[in-house]
Design a protein around this ligand. Structure first.
Ligand SMILES: [Zn+2]
Length: 251
């Protein structure tokens, strides 16, 4: 089944997983964002079972602004490869970070593996790191409207699965936080929204969190494992999968 984005927009639910009203990833170089010490890193902090349960519900079953209950959005479990294409400005550092994010995601999902592609026509996820004007001119259906943010992720899905994701990254993001923005946006592309718990990289504003941007926290690992479980299917509600969530939360 093929989907022509422009022609079938009525049948395709479209979501911009980001904050339109409130700034997303408003990373200020003057904040304490980068003043993390190894002793303060929260990545390895073991979350409580309730935290894991609540985090999954918030990230996978609510919209980003926490104003609406959603059903599960994810790539089809039968889709064994999700191809990632990098458009715009490339750097060695960002590609190293991208490969690490992909490796981390793949270690948590035994069904769908992310792979990089150099063929844009084959891309399921496009990462475009370029100024807003250039991005908006090229990606008409994925317009960045808030120019103060560091990243935006646009995810399209039909009633059964995510079919495409376009990520815009600001080229002016400071080098010491760009890995965090990349990991955050790519995690959106899996079907997750935002959360207020700062043990997650999916907080809308990352300033001041003591998160190691080159790894997932234990909390985020659990959430991604639950989402990847084959029993968690597109369109399901909390009632449908509460036992699965509790199973991981108890680990
Ligand atoms: Zn976000």
């Amino acid at each position: 089944m093929k989907f022509a984005i422009a022609a079938t927009s009525i049948s395709i639910l479209f979501l911009m997983i980001s904050c339109e009203k409130s700034p997303e990833l408003s990373l200020q170089t003057t904040t304490t964002t980068t003043q993390t010490s190894s002793s303060g890193i929260i990545n390895n902090v073991i979350p409580t079972s309730q935290e894991i349960y609540d985090a999954f519900v918030r990230l996978a079953l609510k919209n980003s602004n926490n104003t609406q209950t959603m059903t599960i959005r994810k790539w089809a479990t039968s889709k064994t490869q999700i191809k990632v294409y990098w458009d715009g400005v490339r750097t060695t550092a960002l590609f190293t970070a991208l490969d690490k994010v992909i490796a981390d995601m793949n270690s948590l999902n035994k069904y769908s593996k992310l792979v990089r592609t150099e063929v844009v026509a084959q891309a399921d996820i496009i990462i475009n790191r370029v100024d807003v004007a250039t991005h908006n001119a090229k990606y008409a259906g994925f317009q960045v409207t808030n120019t103060t943010v560091q990243g935006n992720t646009f995810t399209q899905w039909n009633n059964t699965e995510i079919i495409k994701s376009v990520i815009w990254l600001s080229p002016s993001t400071p080098a010491n936080v760009q890995n965090g923005v990349l990991r955050h946006e790519l995690t959106h592309a899996l079907g997750l929204g935002h959360i207020e718990n700062t043990k997650s990289i999916m907080v809308a504003v990352m300033s001041g969190i003591n998160y190691d941007f080159n790894n997932y926290s234990v909390l985020d690992q659990r959430v991604l494992q639950i989402l990847a479980d084959a029993r968690v299917k597109q369109g399901m509600t909390e009632v449908n999968i509460s036992t699965v969530i509790k199973e991981y939360a108890a680990k």
